[in-house]
Write a protein that binds this ligand. Structure first.
Ligand code: 0WK
Ligand code: BGC
Ligand code: BGC
Length: 867
């Protein structure tokens, strides 16, 4: 069991320990009418039930049911035949028990070993118990049933759950006795399930709660573990069976085999003259001539002897009086061993439970089901006695299943139906975030048109601002420079030493308190100068007037390298008296206000430009800069002849696109969701930066929070419990998306983060929150990719090239930290710009280095013009 739970397959574990995706025992609130189809629990028959769950213990509605015998040629025929037969029985049942035009939700009790990957997805591993239909092993039996119901076409039945019969039995047990946490079946076959700690099930990415595991102990001893216990009769039975070498433990316990074992023993004793005067008969020697009911009858303490005579006469034997007792002895031996072996296995499960719950004593209820329990007079008592002997510290109560588990299957179906309904609502909510290729091509084309309109100075949501950076570094830059980096997560002051083939950077991070970012411009720039002075003192640069490059990551209309008019604040900044002002002047005035400080502000660059230059220093193909951090934006080297606002037809000009504002003219409204509108409305710049608000780090967490609020209001998440904290703005940080979507430990991360936010959640909640995060970040990456594709395609066509090779310098916390963002952007660019080979270079030193390089170029140019 432990080996299989930990998925250690060398050597292959003797039992399978299959997750069933049933995460909780019933809490009795399940309601509704459900169809249940039971296949394989009781041999070659199937049963259809109509179960009404009332949601209360008191009021129980007797299920309606009908049994159908499965013809042998179907049991051994093709899978299609079997499932068509099942679909036909369902229709016959519904014809006979009209249920009006209700939604028909069906729970499929399929009693064979299956790999489940969800409540409604289950692949058959191998047939057992005399079934051998072709074309089913390795296939999803839910899909096979859905296909058959489709082919039948008379009723629209929605198969929402598949469960093993042990699970149905466990889930169906009467609540009075406290929830059963073990389900035990001894019918034609045998198996058990139990509630294991989810953290012990390696196949599940769960660290909390419990989950039901179907042990499939029928295959115990297939590896010969029970060698000495197996008798020659067991080997003979196994050898003759449909699946020799498999289900050996089951063949020592299951009702399908007990009669055969008795027959083999009787035949053996007869052939050795111990019984029937050494006489046998063709009937005695033919397989399957003694069935479970014969054994039960013969074992009956009162009427057994008489039954022995009747059974043996039917086998054309004329038993002596002494034979009857011996035959009964054989029956008792075979059945007692079966009950004891079953008890030993159950004891193993109980001590496992005790162990995994670290309890000294264990009180547990075991739901039992199956004809061997129902018909064999002593099986249950022998089992009980042996269990109490083997695990005396466990207080075990045995609860017979009420209706063979039909109720339990309906319970699971109710849970599955609720989850399926929730999943439908989730998919409906997230559908607008799933962008298809066509939609992305439209975004790419719209961005392309907006770029051209912006370059020509026509109305466009893309301002396409000339930056007066005309070339990427050529490596000849030299000197020491100060650089400021404002606008990202952190404000940094840097000392950049540019020497031959090396750039050395020393930097200090300073915070910009919200009150300063949203205070007066004077306070903001005085704060910046305070940080510069502090940095100079720390670096022993006080009194030195080094050339300074200012990375100012906001939309600025530049009139020159050292002139930038702030058009509008973004990213939560809102300092007064700055918009419309030349921020270089504002900085110089602040320097002027500070005595004894001399600074030579040479250049102002946008962080996209700084990033492109920074990466361009090592890769001359780097002709585009991309930021996906708090905000998002891009710049690229455009042909000067295409820039209407700057004179000159030759050479290049780096254009700051300010693509964060793309769609502010409504051109993205077809993609905008109600959640985007809520985030925009709540922002300090409603209607602005719409593209940024669908992509960047400042907003993704908020979009997710609004979706979670919506899903909670629909009752899909957190049992519909709206909590104060989830209604708190910005409480769901965008970095949570990166943590939650990390491949390892995803669901555990979700739990940890949301529990820190004071939310209690189920594993299904965790899964849905993960999907919400994935949908939001995926859309952001795809939109970003569509933007990059528009730019690189523009560069390619600018140069009339068939194929373009270009690099993009990238920076920004979201792009760098999110586990899948960068690969989704690249994948989208490959799809939308197939003639461009695009390399994304993650900037190591940030844009401060780039600002210093721009300053160095400016100083070199100023030098050459001076000489
Ligand atoms: C680091 C760059 C800086 C840019 C920032 C963007 O040095 O210029 O603004 O990345 O990323 P964020 O910090 O907003 O995530
Ligand atoms: C199957 C189990 C089932 C058991 C009892 C076994 O043959 O492999 O899935 O639970 O029979 O029906
Ligand atoms: C600003 C851009 C900046 C981007 C990334 C946006 O909000 O408008 O200028 O490049 O954020 O930081």
């Amino acid at each position: 069991m432990e080996q299989a739970l930990m998925e250690q397959n060398n050597p292959a574990p003797a039992v399978r320990m299959l997750p069933t995706y049933v995460g909780s025992t019933p809490h009795g609130t399940e309601q509704g009418d459900f169809l249940v189809l039971e296949l394989g629990a009781t041999g070659a028959s199937l049963r259809v039930l109509w179960v009404t769950l009332t949601g209360t213990e008191e009021h129980r509605v007797e299920p309606r049911s009908q049994e159908f015998v499965i013809p042998q040629e179907v049991v051994l025929g093709s899978g299609q035949q079997l499932f068509d037969f099942a679909a036909c029985c369902l229709s016959e049942f519904l014809d006979a028990h009209p249920v009006g035009n209700q939604d028909l939700k069906l729970g499929f009790s399929f009693s064979f070993p299956c790999h489940q990957t969800g409540l409604d997805k289950s692949t058959l591993i191998s047939w057992t118990k005399g079934f051998k239909c072709s074309g089913v092993e390795g296939h999803d039996v839910v899909q096979l049933l859905r296909d058959a119901i489709q082919r039948q076409g008379t009723y629209n039945i929605d198969v929402v759950a598949v469960v093993n019969d042990t699970v149905g039995t466990m889930m169906g047990c009467e609540l009075g006795a406290g929830p059963c946490e073990v389900g035990l079946i001894v019918d034609t076959g045998t198996n058990a399930c139990y509630m294991e700690e989810a953290r012990h099930v390696a196949a599940l990415d769960e660290d909390r709660g419990r989950t039901c595991v179907s042990i499939e102990w029928g295959s115990f001893n297939d590896d010969g573990a029970l060698g000495p216990v197996m008798t020659i009769f067991d080997h003979a039975l196994d050898y003759e069976s449909l699946n020799p070498g498999a289900q050996r433990f089951e063949k020592m316990i299951g009702g399908l085999y007990l009669g055969e074992l008795v027959r083999l023993v009787l035949a053996h004793l007869a052939q050795h003259g111990v019984l029937f005067g050494g006489c046998t008969s063709p009937a005695l020697l033919s397989r399957g001539s003694i069935l479970l009911e014969h054994v039960v009858e013969m074992e009956d303490p009162f009427t057994g002897a008489a039954h022995v005579h009747a059974v043996l006469q039917d086998l054309d034997l004329s038993p002596q009086a002494s034979d009857a007792e011996l035959v009964q002895h054989v029956c008792a031996a075979v059945c007692t061993r079966a009950a004891q072996l079953c008890a030993a296995a159950l004891a193993a499960v109980l001590s496992r439970l005790q162990h995994s719950r670290e309890q000294q004593t264990l009180q547990v209820a075991v739901a039992t089901g199956g004809q061997v329990f129902e018909v064999h007079p002593r099986f249950r008592s022998i089992l009980k006695e042996m269990v109490m002997l083997l695990v005396p510290e466990c207080d075990v109560s045995f609860i017979p299943a009420v209706d063979g588990g039909g109720q339990g299957v309906a319970m699971v179906t109710a849970v599955a139906a609720r989850l399926a309904a929730h999943r439908h609502l989730l998919e409906e909510t997230l559908a607008p975030f799933q962008l298809n290729c066509q939609q992305l091509i439209v975004v790419q084309a719209q961005m392309r048109e907006a770029m051209i309109r912006g370059l020509q100075g026509e109305a466009s949501s893309l301002r396409m601002l000339p930056t007066y950076v005309r070339a990427t570094p050529d490596g000849s830059e030299r000197g020491d420079f100060l650089a400021l980096d404002l606008g990202g997560t952190n404000f940094r002051v840097l000392l950049v030493r540019v020497a031959k083939g090396s750039v050395q950077i020393t930097n200090q991070v300073y915070s910009i308190p919200e009150c300063v970012a949203q205070g007066s411009g004077q306070e903001l720039f005085d704060h910046i100068v305070d940080c510069i002075v502090d940095f100079q003192q720390r670096q022993g640069l006080s009194g030195q007037s080094l050339p300074l490059g200012f990375t100012f990551s906001f939309p600025c209309k530049q009139l020159g390298l050292d002139q930038g008019i702030l058009l509008n604040w973004t990213k939560g900044f809102n300092a007064s008296g700055c918009e419309g002002q030349d921020v270089v002047c504002l900085l110089r005035e602040a320097i002027g206000r500070r005595q004894a400080v001399e600074l030579n502000v040479v250049a102002i660059v946008n962080d996209t430009v700084g990033t492109m230059m920074s990466c361009g220093y090592d890769d001359p193909h780097c002709e585009m800069g991309l930021i996906v951090g708090t905000g998002t934006n891009a710049c690229y080297m455009e042909e000067l002849r295409n820039v209407a606002s700057v004179a000159g037809d030759s050479g290049y000009m780096c254009i700051n696109m300010e693509w964060g504002a793309f769609g502010d003219d409504g051109s993205l409204s077809m993609l905008s969701t109600c959640f985007d509108a809520s985030v925009d409305q709540a922002s300090i710049n409603p209607g602005k930066q719409r593209f940024e608000k669908m992509i960047s780090g400042m907003y993704l967490g908020e979009i997710v929070r609004h979706i979670l609020l919506h899903l909670t209001s629909l009752g899909v998440l957190f049992q519909g419990q709206q909590t104060q904290c989830l209604q708190t703005r910005d409480i769901f940080k965008t970095k949570f998306l990166s943590e939650i979507e990390s491949d390892s430990l995803a669901l555990r991360q979700v739990r940890a983060i949301l529990e820190d936010l004071g939310l209690t959640l189920t594993s299904d909640d965790a899964l849905m929150v993960l999907e919400v995060c994935q949908a939001v970040s995926r859309r952001a990456a795809q939109l970003c990719g569509a933007g990059v594709a528009a730019v690189v395609e523009k560069i390619r066509e600018n140069r009339g090239l068939e194929e373009l090779t270009v690099s993009v310098g990238v920076d920004g916390t979201l792009y760098k930290l999110h586990p899948h963002f960068s690969s989704l952007v690249s994948a989208t660019v490959r799809k939308l710009a197939p003639h461009c080979t695009v390399t994304f270079l993650q900037s190591e030193d940030g844009s401060g280095k780039g600002a210093a390089l721009v300053t160095a170029v400016a100083c070199r140019l100023a030098q050459t013009t001076r000489v």
